[in-house]
Structures are given as C-alpha cells and as structure tokens.
Write a protein that binds this ligand. Sequence first.
Ligand code: ADP
Length: 498
Amino acid sequence: MQKYILSLDAGTTSNRAILFNHAGEIVNMAQQEFEQIYPKGGWVEHDPKTIWETQLKVAKEVIQKQNISPGQIEAIGITNQRETTIVWNRETGEPIFNAIVWQDRRTAGFCDDLLEQGLEKMVTEKTGLVIDAYFSGTKVKWILDHVEGARELAKAGKLAFGTVDTWLIWNLTGGKLHVTDVSNASRTLMFNIKTLEWDYELLKMLNVPFEMLPEVKSSSEIYGHTSKELFGAEIPIAGIAGDQQAALFGQMCIEEGMVKNTYGTGCFVVMNTGDKPIVSKNRLLSTIGWQIDGKVTYALEGSIFIGGAVVQWLRDKLGIIKTAPEIEALAKEVEDNGGIAFVQGFVGLGAPHWDQYATGTIIGLSRGTGKAHIARAALEAIAFRSMEVIETMVEDSEIELHELRVDGGASANNLLMQIQADAINTKVVRPKITETTALGAAYLAGLTTGYWSSIEEVKKQWQVDEVFTPGTNLEKTRQAIASWKRAIELSKNWYQSH
Ligand code: ADP
C-alpha cells in the first residue's frame, strides 16, 4: 500500500493541502482562498474558524481526489503564515477575537513606546527580532487589553494563545494538544532563542500571562494524532515550521551559509547560519530555522515587502501587461532600461535603509522611455533590492555566498533570474519543485516517522530545474545598479519633506 505525507500549508490568503510521495514529488493538491478582513486602515484580520474549516476542507479534498484511504497517510506536516495571533477559550475552543494577521499595524504606537523606553537592545539580544508590530507579542497584549475580562481569564489559565500552527493542531487533536515549534515561537517576541524558553522579562514587558502560552516543541517529532472522527484514522502530526523556515528546509539549505530567496508578493531572503544566531548590524532578523533531534539551526532573515507586487502594480494600475508572466516578453523587447531606474518603495524601504518615508519612484524618464523600459526596470528593482539584502546578510554573517536558491511565483521569470545572477555575481539555482514551503513541512514530518531515512536521503531528491550563471551583461548591470542606488537615495524621506 503506497503511503504519502500530507502537508498542510496555511498561508495568508489561502490554505492548501498537498500530498507528497516518497520521491518528494507532488501527487495531488487542493487549495482554497479565504476572506481577508480589513476593519480599518492598517488592520488585517482573519476568522480563526474559517482558517480551520478551510484547512480541514482542503485536507479532506486532497485525500478524496487522490482516492486513498486515510491510513495511507504516513504523517502530517504543518507550515503556516507566521506571527498571526489567535486567542481562544480552552474550555469551549471558541476564539475570543479574530486572528490578528502579521501585516496588522494596530500595535505600532505601543511599539514606539517600547522603543522610547530603550528596550530594543534587550529584546533583540533575547529574541533576535526588532521591536515591531509585525510580531505576535504586542498583538496578544492588544487582545487581552481590548476583550473584556480576557486578562483575568488568561491569568486563570482559561485562555490559550497560539499562532496558526498551534490553532490547527489544537483543532486537529480535538483540543488535546496546545503546542508550537521553535521556529514559530521565535517570531512571537516572547521567546528567548538562545535558552529556548518563554522569557519572563519579555512577558512582563508585554503583560502577557505565561499560563496562556503553548508548549514549545522541536520542528520534527510526533506531537500527537488527529482525532479519529476527522479523517477516519488517527494520523500522526509530525512536523511544524513557519513558512519561510519550511521553505529554507524544503530548498535543502541545510548547511551553514546556504541562502534562499522566495519571490512572491514580497521577497524573503533567508540564510542558514548554523548552530548560532548572528547579531545583525543592519536590523536583519535572527531567527530559529528549525530544531531536529535536539539540534537547533539558526537563520538570518531579510524581508522585502514589495517583490512580485511590483508586477501586479504594472498589471493592475498601469495596465501595461495583462498577466504577470507577460512582463518577461515585454522587458525583453528592449536591451536595457533606457536610462531609467525604478524603486519599489511603495510602503517605504526596509533593510538596510529602514526609511518608512521613502516612496515608489521612477526616474530618468525621457521622450524615448517606453513601457518595455519600465517593465525591465521593474524586474531590476526586484533583483536589486534582493541583492542589497543579500549583501547585507553576507556582511553581517561574514559568510561568503556560493549560490542563491530561488522559489516563489516570480522565480518562474527567467529574465528576472538572470538579472539576479548578474546583480549578485553569483549563480542562481531554481529547483524543479518550487512548492518548497509545503515540501519542507513534509520532509520535517516524514523524517521523524522514518518515511525518509535521513536528511542525506531527502537531500538527493532536491533537483535543479535551471541554473542562471552571471553572464556577459555584468558591466551593464553594474551601471544599472549604480544609477538605481542614486534613485534609492532620491526616493527617501519623501513624505517627511511635505
Ligand atoms: P504569494 O505566495 O506571495 O501569494 P506567489 O509565490 O504565488 O506569491 O507569487 C505571486 C507573485 O509573483 C505575484 O506578485 C505575481 O505578480 C508574481 N509573478 C508571478 N509570475 C510572474 C512572472 N512570470 N514574472 C514576474 N512576476 C511574476
């Protein structure tokens, strides 16, 4: 009887269930989008029940589509949108508020207060993070402050906090398990990434009771089993990792110094830094990659908020392309950017600039500028911002880069990948399976149950689709980078000066 690993990939806009076979290939998939709730500017919520119901539905659907019995599922691996915060009642299983999504900025003011109190150094030393509304801690505090009676209930141990992994596992096990893994815990602002414990000083700073926190486990072990009534079999739940960490694992970036970049709506560059967290001089995030067999692997992370979103902007707002992939042919109509530079500072600029007043900019326009130049400059913008983050990472870690592994929707763009290779003067490698997030979670689960015998075995499954080597265009790319860097400077501080 053929067995499979079921990966549950709980994303920000959709939930997916993917079945992998022993060769690490996708055999079937089901996906469903769910509602994004925007109660007011800067606020983003999800309905926790919808997250659970959608995830359960696609899991059942993929089993049905493949026409297998639940007993053929060796194990479940879970990967999830990170930092998104859910608080529920342990007795009823009812959430006391909507999930506050990672993008939500409602706690920015409180974060400013913490920064003013000079707390960032302590927070960064313990968590590897910076003080920002992005992480879970201040979101938990907000829920406890705003839902009547919540803090008292939490202190009495009657409420549970969890990120999406924790919420799904609670529901998958009928409320038996309240757990998370180290990679998700490391994004909460409450977890000490060196001692691997919830930190009392941080909990005090946030006024969050310890009683509501999940137990922190490794990323690859049998945490428990699904309730029988869900799938008709008790399936082991055996792997958990946050989405970017799972992608790093799915890309088999398992040696120190290996780096992946995911080109989705935003770009997420993550480097494996081995058995120690690296303190960034440029406010990159130090985080936990995973813990397997007791051994923790750390990572350095830089996020670029606008990646493929630039392409969406050209499609939806400028209307110069009808579909995202069309940008490649359009950009290829010209040999270079015609002297223009594009900065995607639509929501400000992150590492290493950290300027929230920067703006989107196209500069160098002449009468000869056409849409193809803009398309090309937009692709360069994605590659050049990634280059900056990668260079910062190399500087912080003092680890030389040998190759960049890529995935995500926009990694299908060959021209973009070539520009990237030229920009970093390093080869860019695209694997055959770019669903690396789900694959990473599947590997974490299958490794612990013995479905795969060792990391060495799964490492052999990682296969190259295409390698992009730095090409003949290096000089031209260097010039484009030089003008683009000038454009970046011009894009800064725009809003303040008004
Ligand atoms: P997410 O997981 O963030 O939703 P995906 O990994 O699905 O993102 O990638 C979708 C993003 O990639 C979109 O922003 C889209 O504009 C961009 N994209 C998709 N295909 C291409 C392409 N061929 N060239 C450039 N960008 C692309």
